[in-house]
Unconditional design. Structure first.
Length: 151
């Protein structure tokens, strides 16, 4: 009887944890404009460097503390453009960058590099304001392209 009660309690707790992560994904998919916090959460959780239990704000702070975000003025709730998504992804997955990206640390060169790898479709410009769905597509392609190149 105790085993059955423990098993039911475990299943209930597991369902709560997974529903929280699913709710975050639903929020991201339905977002008209993706934010820095959402991008950091998805990129960090997909790469395995942060817990998927963190909030968007906590994920942003964790990646900023690791030096993955170059912007000094960005906040977790600020809308993000494709070039800044590319910058976060390049740093998160240790993408081999061009000489200009290495020397200048400008996101537009990281954007161009990810476009060259086929991670970012050619229809996007560096200053394109990404929706949640756009951001998820780019992160998904980046994860599949660079998953084997992890440290």
């Amino acid at each position: 009887m105790k085993k059955m009660l423990f098993l039911m309690l475990f299943c209930f707790c597991s369902a709560l944890v997974y529903s929280q992560a699913a709710a975050k994904l639903t929020d991201i998919i339905s977002a008209e404009k993706a934010t820095y916090g959402q991008t950091c959460y998805i990129a960090g959780a997909a790469r395995g460097i942060i817990s998927d239990e963190l909030s968007f704000e906590e994920a942003f702070q964790a990646l900023k503390a690791k030096g993955y975000i170059y912007s000094k003025t960005a906040q977790a709730n600020d809308p993000i453009t494709m070039k800044h998504i590319a910058s976060i992804l390049s740093n998160t997955w240790n993408v081999q960058e061009s000489m200009m990206a290495i020397t200048t640390h400008l996101p537009r060169y990281q954007f161009r590099q990810l476009q060259a790898y086929g991670v970012i479709p050619g229809m996007y410009t560096p200053d394109y304001p990404a929706s949640g769905r756009d951001m998820l597509g780019v992160v998904s392609r980046c994860a599949s392209e660079f998953a084997g190149a992890q440290e």
